[in-house]
Ligand binder design. Sequence first.
Ligand code: URA
Length: 202
Amino acid sequence: MSDVVPGKTEQMRAIKDAIVNLKESPLYEYRTSHNYYPVIGQGSHDASIMFIGEAPGKNEAEQGRPFCGASGRLLDEMLDSINLKREDVYVTNIVKDRPPDNRDPRSEEIELYAPFLDQQIEIIQPEVIATLGRFSMVWILERFGSPKASQKISQLHGQLIPVKAGYGDVMVIPLFHPAAALYRQDQKETLMKDFQVLKEFI
Ligand code: URA
């Protein structure tokens, strides 16, 4: 029998199955007792632009989709400003289950879920990874050994940082988290301006 290489959809499904059954996660019991869903990711498996947020909030865990609350509406507004729709990009998070009370993800949670994100990056093979917020920025820059990993998001936002992924060269662009821009007009303007850099990857 010949070995059949699984397609992108099958590979993503395997990731989903593994996360659904991730009983060793400290967030598993919280998910199941609240009838929440894990949030694997959404969008095109052939996207050239991949967005990586932090972790699902309540809306996301209830619907099983990333960025579907107020931050998501702002993300859609930003996408619209460069004539893109959700289905043109891929959106995911580092941590795939909702942390209680919207607390920050813990390092052991990031370590547990990060290998799934690694696999998703290798499946999608984006040209550019846009990190949303400092958690995903630090994780991605450290993961790819960038010397910029120790710098602050206030210094790095909007910059294209070249790194090497397993499949080849990729650019990372750190962006502020949309939640931070929701109530601060100056941050929203910065995010909108930084977002325009993504046009060159369309
Ligand atoms: N914030 C995130 O970081 N991710 C989501 O999916 C929603 C809100």
